[in-house]
Write a protein that binds this ligand. Structure first.
Ligand code: GLN
Length: 465
């Protein structure tokens, strides 16, 4: 049987598919792709045939990959860090438990930047995934393995990614697939290895809008184990897909097409907006002036939270340990210096500095004020627009040789278009929209809180044009 089919075909035919045969082919394919591109940190053991019989629920035995910072019982979970190289969680994250309950089969843990620190997935202690469209280029980060695998695997599959400041949208854009970052609090973070708790969101990456809608229906909704999850939201999202978009209002933020954004990328996105206009949507240009402060606010808040989260990896209770020969301080510094990568160390320094007595008011608290203003600006924009549309990333996937030349600040600047909506915690969908030099461009659809339905509605209409 030929298993080159979409997720919806797989679900339709699920009863007649021999899952044992399917999984044997899938794992062969996964091993080939992993060897060539490095999408995984850990590939799961091929499931035992008894495990395959119980595949019911919304996913009916569908393969699902999970980013390596989300715990799956019995499967190594490194978050891309040497310090967690041998951590095997004894429990399932809520997302993994929900996937399993709905009949999904977790096929492995995908490559990422260490703890999510990066935009190009090159800051990993393990595999650096290569872009399947051009392997001299990055998959994007930090959920790079998830998006690369989704683009390359020609068999039904949905990936679970995670975003703090753009890590679902950026790789989706660079690999030409669809990434849905849900509203903060819609999907439980229980069992996620935190980067920045006030920003982290788990969401699906797929080849079709329908696929991410399906996966969102599986993973979204209140969880008593994560008190930041919202009580509203969740349910089925498929119902939004066929709703007509005629009359819906698009806001196009001028600030997202300015300096630093490749004009060829802007051109493709404008083409996309015009195509939606021809479907009966109306657009107006708007201005979001706080955008220019979003990068500094994001990096201060994200690093401040990351530096506190990483404090627990002190060589005792969590993560790698070493021989205790000297004082605790020396021991603690020795383990952390030996096991954390360069970017993690940089962020610990930045974050600790920003929240130190004497600097706290000037940096951390100021950044929180900017965040409030960004939230207000978005809320205001959504009073008169259903969605906002902009490029996802300012550039196409860069070559590894280009990335190596970037300074840390130039690296951070690549997040200019994704950090503001992430700071605000609003949902966003990145969808492929044309190509530049043979590489995909991402169109970013942003919505108001819990308006994932509208994003899927517009995304599905766009996909059909
Ligand atoms: N590039 C951003 C950062 O390094 C966002 C990464 C993410 O969302 N995890 O913080």
């Amino acid at each position: 049987m030929n298993y080159r089919m979409s997720v919806s075909e797989f679900l339709e035919k699920a009863d007649s598919i021999n899952l044992q045969d399917f999984y044997s082919k899938l794992f062969t394919r996964v091993a080939q792709l992993d060897q060539k591109y490095g999408f995984f940190v850990t590939v799961a053991e091929k499931p035992h045939k008894d495990g395959l019989k119980k595949s019911q629920g919304k996913l009916k035995g569908l393969p699902v990959s999970v980013k390596d910072n989300i715990c799956v019982q019995g499967m190594r979970c490194t978050a891309g860090s040497r310090i967690l190289e041998s951590y095997i969680p004894p429990f399932d994250s809520t997302v993994a438990a929900r996937i399993k309950k709905d009949g999904g089969l977790i096929i492995g843990k995908t490559s990422q930047d260490e703890f999510g620190f990066g935009t190009f997935c090159v800051n990993s202690a393990f595999n650096v995934p290569k872009n399947p469209i051009d392997s001299t280029r990055s998959c994007g980060g930090s959920s790079g393995g998830a998006a690369g695998l989704t683009a390359a695997l020609d068999m039904p599959h949905i990936a679970i990614g995670q975003s703090t400041g753009g890590s679902i949208s950026a790789p989706a854009s660079f690999c030409g697939v669809i990434g849905l970052t849900p509203t903060y609090g819609l999907v439980s973070r229980y069992g996620l290895i935190d980067y920045a708790n006030s920003l982290d969101k788990i969401g699906p990456i797929g080849r079709g809008v329908e696929d991410v809608a399906l996966m969102l229906s599986v993973i979204a909704g209140h969880d008593p184990r994560d008190f930041t999850t919202v009580k509203k939201g969740g349910g089925t999202y498929a119902k939004y897909l066929e709703k007509p978009v005629k009359g819906m209002r698009i806001g196009v933020p001028k600030d997202y097409f300015g300096e630093g954004v490749d004009s060829r990328v802007s051109e493709q996105v404008w083409r996309g907006i015009k195509a939606l206009e021809s479907e009966g949507m109306k657009y107006t240009e708007i201005s979001l002036p706080m955008t220019r402060h979003s990068l500094s606010a994001y990096y201060i808040i994200a690093c401040a939270e990351a530096s506190t989260n990483l404090a627990k990896f002190c060589g005792m209770r969590y993560g790698a340990e070493g021989p205790v020969e000297e004082s605790f301080n020396e021991y603690f510094s020795g383990v952390r210096s030996g096991y954390f990568g360069e970017e993690a160390k940089r962020r610990i320094l930045l974050g600790t500095y920003a929240r130190m007595a004497g600097f706290r008011e000037k940096f951390y608290l100021k950044a929180l004020q900017v965040r409030t203003l960004i939230i207000r600006e978005f809320r205001n924009a959504f009073r008169s627009h259903d969605v906002l549309i902009a490029p996802t990333m300012p550039v196409i996937a860069p070559k590894f040789s280009e990335i190596a030349k970037l300074t840390p600040v130039e690296n951070y600047m690549m997040d200019i278009l994704t950090v503001a909506p992430n700071l605000a915690g609003i949902p966003m969908l990145s969808i492929p929209c044309g190509k530049v030099s043979g590489m995909p461009v991402g169109l970013h659809i942003m919505g108001d809180y819990l308006q994932e339905g509208k994003l899927l509605q517009v995304g599905h209409a766009f996909e059909g044009i």
